[in-house]
Design a protein. Structure first.
Length: 332
C-alpha cells in the first residue's frame, strides 16, 4: 500500500466517503470518521462562507475529543473538497480556512494549482486530486498533488467514462503513490476489487446518501434505495460537465431523460451561486452501484456492513486462488 502510515493506521476500512454537494455536513463527516473511514465535505456546502470556520472548528474539536477517549481506536482523518475552477469565488477564503485548521486531507477538483498544494503542504496536509483521464492525472502530479482519485465510469455526480480497470492500470504504469478509485462502489466486495485492481482506497459516495446523518431529503434517500443501475443517466445538461443522475429526479423536474440536449461545456458553473445549488437540489446525482443499497441506515451501521462484506470478499478471493496456487506449485 502506498498510503502514508499516518493515514493507513487510522482506517478501519480503505475507504474515503466522497464529498457530496449539499449532502455532506458535519454530522455525516463525524459519523464517517468515528466509524473508521475518511469523511469529507465540499467547502462550498458551508454557507455563507463564514460558516466554514464554524464547521471546521466543530469537526476538529469533536474528533480531538473522540481520540482522547479512544486512544486504541482513534477516528479516521477528515477531508475538505475544494473546487479549483474560476467560477468558485470563495477558493482563496476556503483554502485559508483549511490552513488555519490544518485540515489533514484536501481533495481538489476541476483544476490543479501549485500554490494551493503548497499551502496545504505548509502544515503537513495531503492533497488528493480527482481525475477522469491520464492527461489530468499527469498534470495533477506535476503540479504538486500527493495522490490521485480516479473517477471512473459509473461514479455519482461528475464522472468519467473510462472503465475503472483501464484507468487504474494506465495510472499505475507510471504512478506508485496514493490512489483512490471512484465508480459504482457500494459494497465490501467492490472495495476489495478496487484494491485488487491497484487502488489503495475506495471512494464511496452514493451509499452514504442513504444514511441517517446525510443532508438529503427522505425522497432522495428512498430513491437511492429503490433505484438500480438502469435508473442512472449520464449527461452534461445540468452543469456542462458529464455526470450521473437519477432519472426519477429528472422526470420530477418536468424533463424527459431520453430527450435532454447537450449543454455547452464552456458555460459550466461550479461557483457558490443559488442556480448551481438549485440544480443539485432538484436533480439528484447518483452512481451506478446503488443496487447494493437496500435500506437507509445510520452511517456506523453502513460502515459495519461494508466491513463484514469486505472480510467475506477477502476470504473468497483466497479460496478462489488456491487451485491456481497449487497448480503453480506442481508445475515443472
Amino acid at each position: 500500500m502506498s498510503l502514508p502510515p499516518s493515514l493507513a493506521s487510522k482506517l478501519r476500512l480503505p475507504v474515503i466517503g466522497s464529498p457530496l454537494f449539499i449532502i455532506s455536513n458535519p454530522d455525516l463527516v463525524l459519523a464517517q470518521c468515528k466509524a473508521g473511514v475518511v469523511g469529507s465535505f465540499p467547502a462550498l456546502n458551508a454557507r455563507p462562507a463564514e460558516a466554514l470556520d464554524e464547521w471546521l472548528a466543530r469537526i476538529t474539536e469533536d474528533l480531538a475529543a473522540y481520540d482522547r477517549a479512544h486512544l486504541d481506536e482513534p477516528a479516521a482523518p477528515f477531508a475538505v473538497n475544494q473546487i479549483v475552477h474560476k467560477s468558485n469565488d470563495r477558493l482563496e477564503h476556503d483554502v485559508a480556512a483549511c490552513v488555519k485548521y490544518r485540515v489533514p486531507i484536501v481533495i481538489t477538483s476541476l483544476g490543479a494549482r501549485p500554490d494551493l498544494n503548497d499551502a496545504i503542504h505548509s502544515y503537513g496536509g495531503i492533497v488528493l486530486h480527482d481525475v477522469i483521464s491520464i492527461e489530468h492525472a499527469h498534470k495533477a502530479i506535476e503540479r504538486g498533488a500527493d495522490g490521485l482519485i480516479a473517477v471512473a465510469a459509473g461514479a455519482g455526480g461528475h464522472a468519467g467514462a473510462l472503465s475503472p480497470f483501464a484507468l487504474i492500470q494506465e495510472i499505475r504504469a507510471w504512478w506508485d503513490g496514493p490512489l483512490a478509485l471512484s465508480g459504482s462502489i457500494a459494497n465490501g466486495s467492490a472495495i476489495f476489487a478496487a484494491q485488487a485492481a491497484g487502488a489503495d482506497l475506495a471512494y464511496i459516495g452514493s451509499a452514504f446518501i442513504a444514511t441517517d446523518e446525510a443532508n438529503a431529503t427522505d425522497a432522495y434517500k428512498r430513491a437511492i434505495v429503490d433505484a438500480k443501475a438502469e435508473d442512472i443517466l449520464y449527461t452534461n445538461y445540468f452543469t456542462g460537465v458529464l455526470g450521473n443522475y437519477l432519472k426519477p429526479s429528472i422526470r420530477n423536474a418536468g424533463l424527459d431523460p431520453a430527450a435532454l440536449p447537450q449543454a455547452d461545456p464552456s458555460k459550466m458553473n461550479f461557483g457558490s451561486g443559488t442556480d448551481t445549488k438549485k440544480a443539485w437540489k432538484d436533480i439528484w446525482g447518483c452512481g451506478q452501484g446503488i443496487g447494493a443499497v437496500s435500506d437507509v441506515l445510520p452511517t456506523a451501521a453502513l460502515v459495519a456492513r461494508l466491513a463484514a462484506e469486505y472480510e467475506v470478499a477477502v476470504a473468497r478471493s483466497v479460496r478462489a486462488a488456491e487451485p491456481f496456487a497449487r497448480a503453480r506449485a506442481v508445475a515443472p
